[in-house]
Design a protein around this ligand. Structure first.
Ligand SMILES: C[S@@+](CC[C@H](N)C(=O)[O-])C[C@H]1O[C@@H](n2cnc3c(N)ncnc32)[C@H](O)[C@@H]1O
Length: 211
């Protein structure tokens, strides 16, 4: 995977790493689900979900929507595919990598959902790159929904060989402390949105970035 920075990062693409496929949806994403699952306008839309986790979110949306998901865990992809949901495709794709632009080069979205925009970023370059690509992927009046709480924490992921009696040896992504600069404050968000002419709206626990 190629990045526009020189940070050293583990690659998770070569094996089936387990991460969030069997874990509960985060409360940050629950806030998003509560909002969008009652949205009558979310019919026949193109939607991108970044960080699919256990794929609960997509199951709360109307099946007329065309939904793409990305993750850096192959086990999350296998789990999502095993649900056999209509109009749902999941890709292995690191949102901070150059591959992100390539994967969606022929796509535009009405809605992009990313509960943690910056939490896993290796550096500022990688984050700025991703934000530019995210805004490019939006249709006119399209929006990104993110969680305000999701801006307040950061993590890094490391490969780990683990053991349990059900799976014996298996690979998992271990959470370790990340980059404290990945706390995303309002002024940084406002600055980046002003560069790209994006409107920001804060509502309860959520933040909307609107093209
Ligand atoms: C803590 S889990 C949360 C899962 C789900 N979004 C939720 O809130 O319940 C983080 C998710 O982000 C994904 N993720 C982490 N870093 C990523 C990256 N650089 N590119 C794409 N997805 C990433 C993980 O694979 C996982 O699906």
């Amino acid at each position: 995977m190629i990045f526009n920075c020189k940070c050293l990062k583990p690659s998770f693409s070569n094996k089936k790493y387990s991460y969030w496929e069997k874990r509960k949806t985060t409360s940050d994403e629950k806030d998003i689900i509560n909002k969008i699952s009652n949205d009558k306008d979310l019919i026949n839309k193109n939607i991108l979900h970044i960080g699919v986790g256990n794929s609960e979110l997509v199951q709360k949306l109307d099946s007329s929507n065309n939904i793409f998901g990305i993750t850096i865990s192959n086990n999350e992809i296998d789990y999502g595919n095993s649900l056999k949901l209509k109009n749902y495709k999941i890709f292995f794709c690191d949102k901070y990598s150059l591959n992100f632009e390539k994967t969606f080069k022929n796509h535009k979205f009405d809605l992009i959902i990313d509960t943690n925009l910056k939490s896993y970023s290796c550096c500022q370059n990688a984050f700025d790159y991703m934000m530019e690509k995210l805004f490019n992927l939006l249709n006119y009046e399209g929006k990104i929904i993110t969680s305000i709480n999701g801006m307040k924490w950061f993590k890094s992921l490391k490969p780990k060989l683990s053991f349990n009696f059900k799976s014996f040896f298996y690979y998992k992504m271990k959470e370790v402390s990340g980059n404290p600069n990945n706390i995303l404050n309002e002024s940084e968000l406002k600055k980046i949105c002003s560069i790209y002419g994006i409107k920001i709206l804060f509502d309860e626990n959520l933040c909307y970035l609107i093209k």
